[in-house]
Design a protein around this ligand. Structure first.
Ligand SMILES: Nc1ncnc2c1ncn2[C@@H]1O[C@H](COP(=O)(O)OP(=O)(O)OP(=O)(O)O)[C@@H](O)[C@H]1O
Length: 304
């Protein structure tokens, strides 16, 4: 669906490339997260795909064809949600969406419009001017606008910035639904749990280069085969004694943390049962994407 071949970009006067020969192939129906620390090059990549910025070298192909401004039919295959919110604020929600369809030379599609307004919780606001919407609503309107022409590839640059937790989860459900219907999605995010929850494939960009590209499970496996037990406890010294030798025990806030190999969990669970009268609450955490991400992007040799 999308192929990047040797994509490179250095901004004028910049000391180093924003993108440095990036190769990436995204198959139809994928749901891919593009992660990276600030300045990694994520927005530059999305901006090249949206035509807002030009690469110095390299090619972009969409559905097998070279992406060029002069090919509007190909551009119509892509829906883009850029990071900055930008609208003509004098228009209403509905007008924005109708005009956007018009830009693609498409007739109105009332059923699709109603579907987008409903699924993005914008229906009650359809006749309100954009300037009266909250930041989170404007962000959802950006997503509706990117989908109004029924693209086959959706590019989302930080789609949940400023969206509250409840709506964020609604949005996750909607994105999953779209992906289930065959839409290819590429998403940049700083919320690692978002990538972990939604995306089957995770690509990490750092200083303009891809430093990791794996499916989610392979990624999580890189965090090592360990589990973490977090406990809120009374009588730390006694409890500590029960876990010594079964894992790495450290104090964490009002409790204790034990990191232990997955294969060695039996003695840890037995110690937890013994300690239970003194344990107010506990949770066992599996390795998280965050652990791998921090390892990959710290500026010293790591897991990669
Ligand atoms: N218009 C510009 N002119 C000059 N340099 C730029 C411009 N836009 C981005 N850069 C630089 O290019 C590099 C990549 O920036 P980019 O915005 O693509 O990163 P990002 O991964 O999207 O970061 P963030 O997570 O902060 O949004 C950075 O070093 C940035 O300072």
């Amino acid at each position: 669906m999308l192929i990047l071949d040797g994509l490179a970009k250095t901004y004028r006067g910049a000391p180093r490339p924003a993108l440095d020969a990036v190769d990436l192939a995204v198959g139809p129906g994928s749901f891919l997260a593009l992660l990276g620390p600030n300045g990694a090059g994520k927005s530059t990549l999305i901006n090249i795909l949206s035509g807002r910025c030009r690469q110095d070298r390299g090619d972009v192909r969409v559905a097998g064809q070279p992406l060029a401004a002069s090919n509007p039919a190909l551009r119509a295959l892509i829906g883009i949600v850029p990071q900055e919110i930008r609208f003509d604020y004098v228009f209403t929600v509905e007008e924005i969406l109708r005009m956007e369809r018009g830009f693609y030379g498409l007739r109105a599609d009332e059923a699709h419009l109603a579907y987008l307004l409903e699924r993005l919780s914008l229906a009650p606001k359809r006749r309100e001017k954009v300037r009266s919407l909250s930041g989170g609503m404007q962000r959802r309107l950006m997503i509706a606008r990117a989908l109004v022409h029924r693209p086959r590839l959706l590019l989302l640059d930080e789609p949940t910035a400023g969206v509250d937790l409840n709506l964020r989860h609604d949005l996750y459900g909607f994105l999953r639904e779209l992906n289930g219907d065959g839409l290819t999605i590429l998403l940049t995010t700083h919320h690692l749990e978002e990538a972990e929850e939604l995306c089957g494939r995770i690509v990490v960009l750092d200083e303009g280069r891809i430093v990791a590209d794996r499916d989610r499970e392979a990624f999580l496996a890189m965090a090592g085969d360990h589990l973490t037990l977090d406990m809120r406890t009374q009588g730390q010294a006694r409890i500590r004694g029960l876990f010594e030798g079964k894992g790495v025990v450290t104090e964490a806030g009002a409790g204790l943390r034990v990191v232990f190999p997955r294969a060695g969990r039996e003695p840890v669970l037995a110690a937890l049962a013994e300690a239970s009268p003194l344990v107010e609450s506990f949770q066992i955490l599996r390795p998280r994407l965050e652990d791998v991400f921090l390892e990959l992007t710290r500026k010293e040799p790591g897991l990669a």
